[in-house]
Design a protein around this ligand. Structure first.
Ligand code: MN
Ligand code: MN
Length: 304
């Protein structure tokens, strides 16, 4: 079958393996009613899967062979409720709890960033409080948005309050832009998070930063949450809340490759909204980043 033919599961995986037989479940969460500005991330999973058919199984840079090392399949989408944010959040948590009961690592195609909260609830129920690598233009720690506690700008505030995170083992990378208040990033720092504003990343390799992140996060369970808007709109215009001056696609690869060796228990790639990028480049970048996540999961072997 040519790469453009057949059913577009993630990377043309079979999509039929029982979860009980998997080490890694790739999951779509088509959901965007937590979005504050431009909607469209509900089409992220479809867009990423469609572009992912271009990808091949072996990582020529790191020599990772994820599909030789782990049993990985695309387990489809969470059945979200497009008329209810709260019902969707419950459905997402239930779905992930059921997956984690099988002992899998989940790698999620979003969806807006609201979905990180129910996923982290399931993660913490399984693993206890987790460390977090959060890549984003925004800290997503608002107390509320339009009076609502659940939205795509609040998940890490709620996760901290609920004790789902180990705050000394949290890093936020790429944050930037204009704030509602001058001290917008200070709440994160007051909790013990490391906040790496994008200006610290400009014009340099992020390999040394990731050396520090690995020692900060240490041996415990880690969740990786990657908002595509952490990357500059030049590379990733297809997203709802773009911010100029962002990370390069190369730095995004360095961040994910730099997570190798950590005890990753789950990861997501959120906020891809394909309708704002007619070229498909944002979805293609998202697909590549999800692939790179698969390449750094515990148990992946590297060809010599
Ligand atoms: Mn976000
Ligand atoms: Mn963001």
């Amino acid at each position: 079958m040519p790469r453009f033919g057949g059913i577009a599961t993630f990377m043309r995986l079979p999509g039929v393996t029982p979860v009980a037989e998997l080490d890694v479940a790739v999951v779509g969460v088509p959901f965007d009613i937590g979005t504050s500005n431009r909607p469209g991330a509900r089409f992220g999973p479809r867009g990423i899967r469609s572009e992912s058919v271009l990808l091949r199984p072996y990582n020529m840079a790191t020599r990772a062979a994820p599909f030789d090392s782990l049993r990985i399949d695309d387990t489809g989408d969470v059945a979200t409720n497009p008329y209810s944010l709260h019902d969707s959040v419950t459905r997402i948590e239930d779905h992930f709890r059921a997956l984690l009961d099988h002992g899998v690592i989940t790698v999620t195609l979003g969806g807006d960033h609201t979905i990180a909260l129910p996923i982290l609830r399931a993660m913490a129920a399984k693993h206890g409080p987790v460390g977090l690598i959060h890549v984003d233009a925004h800290t997503d720690i608002n107390d509320s948005m339009f009076g609502e506690a659940l939205a795509h700008g609040t998940p890490f505030r709620r996760a901290t309050e609920e004790g789902l995170l180990d705050p000394r083992r949290v890093v936020q990378i790429g944050v930037r832009g204009t704030g509602y208040e001058a001290d917008d990033f200070d709440w994160s720092r007051s909790q013990g998070f490391r906040v790496v504003q994008v200006e610290e990343c400009w014009h340099r390799s992020l390999g040394p930063l990731m050396d520090e992140v690995r020692s900060q996060l240490g041996a415990g369970p880690v969740y990786l949450s990657f908002d595509i808007d952490g990357i500059d709109p030049a590379f990733a215009p297809g997203t709802g809340t773009p911010e100029v001056g962002g990370l390069t696609s190369i730095q995004a690869l360095e961040i994910i490759r730099g997570a190798r060796g950590l005890d990753l228990v789950g990861a997501d790639l959120v906020e891809v909204a394909p309708v704002y990028d007619q070229t498909g480049s944002t979805s293609l970048l998202g697909a590549n980043l999800v692939y790179e996540m698969l390449c750094v999961l515990p148990g992946v072997q590297y060809r010599s």
